[in-house]
Ligand binder design. Structure first.
Ligand code: AOF
Ligand code: ZN
Length: 364
């Protein structure tokens, strides 16, 4: 909510603070990305700061450290409500008061109950506090974090690769390669933005995926999402998901809600749900898919595994009708140095289409 008024200098400082928060290399989680600019009475910048990831100083403390004594009497412009708690670091509200900051302008109220209350603390110490400036932009910057903290569960992106007729494997079970190389590279880019890659035990059994994020030469990146395998069945010890390229957890449940609760307890906020069809159907039925990313390849099979299992829908009025958010054509890459081991790559000279969709409730 917007309250009070903001000077032109404060507005410019907030735009700058948002840029600082989004500094490349700052992790997307588990902590929010936060920026802070300290202004003097004339609206000139005294110091800037930003958060660099869990365990490092918060944006406000970073800016205060750079300002030193010049923080006295300043206005702090912050993208998130200053925290009120001692977590991995100390409470920023108190640090701002101790430094003699006179006014605080923040964008997004802190949805994290453990840390919220900074505005009240600042006000009771006599600091002038106004909020809501560029709040939508601040929330968008940490959209997944905000979602996860508000709901107490990770945001779920369901990714599927399908033929024109909605199949994810041929009748004999073979599924390499349905999507083009460009689509597979794009998948790795999206995987890297998540902190969990989730599949069912059956997918591990049948497809034996690695579930790592790899570069265009098939080398694993340094930072890997957690690999999570869901289901009650034991995993064969030779499965590639158990190699030491990344961490793996086995969630011994078939209940999507329980799985998400466990992942949230592990400080995970963005699940990349990659199948198989049974697991995807369970999440859809539970209303626990928050985004759908579909790669459609120009391929017809006519038979074979459906990309998603039975959803219990028997009539057209019951169809799930997600809203299209984006359509991107993935042009063929130059396949000359294709590092993928084997398989028929004959589809690589064809474009694939990526659809991004937001689920909506069934209209029944
Ligand atoms: C940040 N960076 O610049 C601000 C945050 O992990 P902790 O204990 O350091 O605390 C994280 C919480 O602190 C976070 O969820 C948010 O509510 C609040 N503010 N966090 O990581 C920052 N200002
Ligand atoms: Zn803080």
């Amino acid at each position: 909510m917007t309250s009070g008024r903001f000077t032109a200098a404060e507005q410019a400082a907030m735009a700058r603070a948002l840029d600082l928060a989004a500094t490349p290399g700052v992790p997307l989680g588990p902590n929010p990305r936060v920026g802070c600019v300290l202004l003097d009475d004339d609206g000139r910048t005294v110091a800037e700061g930003h958060h660099r990831g869990a365990g490092s100083p918060h944006a406000e403390v970073d800016a205060l450290a750079r300002a030193g004594a010049r923080a006295r009497g300043a206005t702090a412009v912050v993208t998130l409500e200053p925290c009120n708690h001692t977590g991995r670091t100390g409470p920023c509200a108190e640090a701002l008061v101790a430094a003699g900051v006179r006014r605080v302008v923040f964008a997004q109220a802190d949805p994290n109950a453990a840390a919220a209350g900074g505005a009240a603390t600042l006000r009771s110490a006599g600091v002038d506090v106004v909020s809501g400036l560029m709040a939508d932009e601040a929330q968008a910057l940490n959209a997944v974090w905000t979602f996860a903290v508000e709901r107490g569960r990770p945001f779920v992106t369901w990714k599927l690769a399908t033929t024109l007729d909605g199949r994810s494997a041929a009748a004999d079970g073979t599924s390499r390669w349905i999507s083009s190389r460009a689509a597979r590279l794009d998948t790795h880019r999206l995987r890297a933005q998540c902190d969990v890659v989730l599949v069912g035990t059956n997918t591990v059994e049948v497809d034996d995926p690695r579930l790592t994020v790899r570069d265009e030469r098939d080398r694993p990146l340094a930072r890997q999402p957690l690999r999570a395998v869901m289901g009650e069945r034991d995993l064969a010890p030779d499965r590639r998901v158990l190699d030491d390229t990344a961490e793996t957890v086995h969630l011994r449940t078939r209940d999507p809600e329980k799985a998400l609760t466990e992942l949230y307890a592990l400080e995970r906020q963005h699940v990349f749900l990659e199948g198989g069809p049974t697991l995807a159907a369970a999440f859809l039925r539970a209303g626990l898919v928050d985004e759908i990313v579909v790669y459609v390849a120009p391929l017809l099979l006519g038979a074979g595994r459906s990309a998603v299992a039975d959803l219990g829908i028997t009539t057209i009025a019951g169809a799930l009708r997600p809203r299209v958010v984006d359509i991107t054509v993935l042009a063929p890459t130059d396949g000359a140095d294709a590092a993928d081991q084997s398989g028929d790559e004959s589809g690589d000279d064809q474009p694939n289409v990526r659809l991004t969709l937001a689920p909506t409730r069934a209209e029944t």
